[in-house]
Design a protein around this ligand. Sequence first.
Ligand code: FAD
Length: 393
Amino acid sequence: MNAHEVIVVGGGPVGLTHALGLARAGVEVTVLEANTEVGTTPGDLVYHWNVLPWLDRLGILDDLLSAGNTEPHQFYRVGSTGETLAFDLGVLADESPFPFNLHVRQAEVTRILLEHLGEFREVTILLSSLLTDLVQDDAGVTVTFDGPAGEVTLRAGWVVGADGSRSAVRRRLGLSFSGMTWPERLISVEIDADLEVLGMYGAGYVIDPRFGAILACVDPGSRWRYIYAEDRAAPEDTIADRLPGVLSKALSPEVADARFTWSAYRIHQRAAAAFRVGRIMLIGDAAHLTNPASGHGMSGGLFDSFALSEVLAAVVSGKSDDSLLDRWAEERRRNFVEYSSPTSSERKKFVYNLEDDSAVEQEFAPMRRIAADPDRMREWFALARSLEPPRLT
Ligand SMILES: Cc1cc2nc3c(=O)[nH]c(=O)nc-3n(C[C@H](O)[C@H](O)[C@H](O)COP(=O)(O)OP(=O)(O)OC[C@H]3O[C@@H](n4cnc5c(N)ncnc54)[C@H](O)[C@@H]3O)c2cc1C
């Protein structure tokens, strides 16, 4: 007899969302989180329009909308000329009740997820609980973790590894995480400035061989996020010295004088060799890593989690046999390897790796045609649907 139906390892955005999906489906779930708090990663900000109906079904969208900003606007700008194309998600109004992206900070998302998780007796969240081992047999999984009172061993029917890029679950399964690491580091800067005065709205891209960047509004009128790339060979301890010069040249001298904070990180394209091994599944960054140019990191993880909670609930309740889990695992891995990772790599090259102005012009010309035609713009935005899982239950 397994004391726990499902243990989710990792209380990041993907693990907590998954736990809520399982709890809503009536599954008893225990979350193990290594840190003293859950969901402390700063990364996530933009929730794409096609993720919002799924968050609505989870019952948390209204609270998220109150905590964040809805952003229908996107832009594409040529760095050298300042030419800016305006894209508007409003063209999706006939096909989506949510024709906008939602910008909301991870701390707010975590707060809302915890509030909703607190409504379910089926949910237990164990903080300061670092998974150290797991062993499975035909009947269940034995999970060992270091908790506040020392080493603890639990038995669960199923385990979901949502423990991020360095996933202990993936390592304990001995799964390879093959792929590549890009030669650049990305530097994510939060600037106390209003970039709308520079003609930037919502979120967008500056296309430029030297100063390519991804931008997103954090707090309208007062704070933006600016993510640029530099060669990892450049010394990391002098980033702060270089940053004002980059902001001055790429945005404006006034912006360079604003207060800012920053963090630097490596970027990868990697997938675990399998997303399911017996009674153990991987979701989110534990299963796959991508550069953030298409915003697929968290969205891809959330789609893993939404689909898995439906499938796992059906298996736990005995409504489906466990072959459905194989279909889920194959589908999500195929989606990452064949769609999400190559699309994100192309987008990264478009933003950060064009060689000169003529390459910029070549890439920008089709964007002008899309910006001028609402039908083309609708098709362009609809491409994001390729990240979604098919109905499996
Ligand atoms: C600057 C930046 C901007 C980004 N912007 C976007 C964006 O706009 N849109 C988007 O879709 N994606 C974005 N991403 C990507 C996104 O942040 C990640 O894909 C997402 O955070 C992954 O969530 P996760 O829950 O899978 O993993 P994580 O957030 O890494 O959470 C894993 C959790 O597991 C815990 N854990 C780890 N090991 C153990 C263990 N042994 N035992 C117990 N617990 C453990 C960790 O403490 C952590 O809480 C961005 C990333 C960065 C860095």
